[in-house]
Design a protein around this ligand. Structure first.
Ligand SMILES: N[C@@H](CCC(=O)N[C@@H](CS)C(=O)NCC(=O)O)C(=O)O
Length: 247
C-alpha cells in the first residue's frame, strides 16, 4: 500500500514539498472542498504547501453525504476542488484558477514558471493519481469528531497521503498544518537525523510548533483534541481513526 504512494510522490517529483512561506498569511483559515486522489485537487494542495498556507479540508468522496450536498448548495455543482477564502469573500471552482488566485493573493512576487505551464501540471497530477486509483474515493462515513482534528502534513508525503485518504473516505473534516521543507537537512529521514543528532531549525511556524510540542519532528502527525492525543506514525494514526471514528 505504501509502495504505490511512493510512486505517486516520485511522479510529482519536487512538487508539493518545498515551501516559500507566504509573506501575508490569511487571518482566517482557507477552506477546500476536496477529494484526496483527485488530480485537480492535488494541484491546489501542492500550491498550499508551497505557499505554506494552512487549510480546512472538507472531504467529498464519491457518495459523500457530509460536504458534497453542502457544496452543491453553495457553488451550484458537485465539482472539485472548490476554494472558499473567508478573508476576501472569494469562492471558486477550477484548480488552475485557484492556484493563480493563491499566488496572486498570498505569494511573494511572481508565480513560479511551473505554474504557468498549468496543463503540464494537470497531466502530471493525473499520472500521480493512477497508482492510488480508488483509494479514499468512496465514502465510508465515520463519526464526526466534536472538535476539528489537525494534521501536520505536506502534500507530497507518501505517509501523510495514507492518512488523508482515510480521512477523505470517512468524510472527517480536518485542518492541514502545512509543514513543507525549506532546508536541505529536512530531506533527511527522521531516523538518520536522530542518529546524527541533526535538528533542522525550520523557519516554518508549524514545524517549529511541532518540534516545541513533541521534541521531535516527523510527518504525518495527528493532533486529536477529542482524545487529547498527538500521534506520529501513519499506521498508528490510521488505527486511531478506525478505533475512534470508523464504522
Ligand atoms: N477543470 C476542473 C476539473 C475538476 C474536476 O473534473 N474534478 C472532478 C474530480 S477529479 C469532479 O469534480 N468530479 C465530480 C465528482 O467527483 O462528483 C478543475 O481543474 O478544477
Amino acid at each position: 500500500m505504501l509502495a504505490t504512494s511512493f510512486v505517486s510522490t516520485l511522479i510529482r517529483a519536487t512538487n508539493g514539498i518545498q515551501s516559500r512561506p507566504a509573506p501575508a498569511k490569511p487571518e482566517q483559515l482557507l477552506q477546500l472542498y476536496d477529494i484526496e486522489n483527485c488530480p485537480y485537487c492535488r494541484l491546489v494542495r501542492e500550491a498550499l504547501t508551497e505557499l505554506d498556507l494552512d487549510v480546512l479540508i472538507l472531504p467529498c468522496p464519491k457518495n459523500g453525504e457530509r460536504f458534497r450536498p453542502e457544496l452543491v448548495e453553495r457553488g451550484g455543482r458537485a465539482q472539485f476542488p472548490y476554494l472558499v477564502d473567508p478573508n476576501t469573500g472569494v469562492e471558486m471552482y477550477e484548480s488552475l484558477d485557484i492556484v493563480n488566485y493563491l499566488f496572486e493573493t498570498y505569494g511573494a512576487g511572481k508565480r513560479p514558471l511551473k505554474w504557468k505551464l498549468g496543463g503540464l501540471q494537470t497531466f502530471g497530477s493525473m499520472l500521480a493519481s493512477a497508482p492510488r486509483i480508488s483509494k479514499g474515493m468512496q465514502a465510508r462515513t465515520g463519526a464526526l469528531p466534536a472538535e476539528l482534528l489537525e494534521l501536520y502534513s505536506f502534500e507530497s508525503s507518501p505517509y501523510a497521503r495514507l492518512v488523508r485518504e482515510e480521512l477523505c473516505a470517512l468524510e472527517i473534516p480536518y485542518i492541514v498544518r502545512n509543514c513543507g521543507r525549506t532546508m536541505a537537512s529536512e530531506w533527511l529521514l527522521p531516523p538518520v537525523r536522530n542518529a546524527f543528532s541533526i535538528t533542522p531549525d525550520s523557519e516554518l511556524e508549524n514545524r517549529r510548533n511541532l518540534q516545541a510540542r513533541e521534541g521531535r519532528l516527523s510527518i504525518p502527525y495527528l493532533m486529536d483534541p477529542n482524545t487529547d492525543s498527538g500521534l506520529f506514525e501513519s499506521a498508528d494514526i490510521l488505527n486511531h481513526l478506525q478505533v475512534h471514528y470508523g464504522q
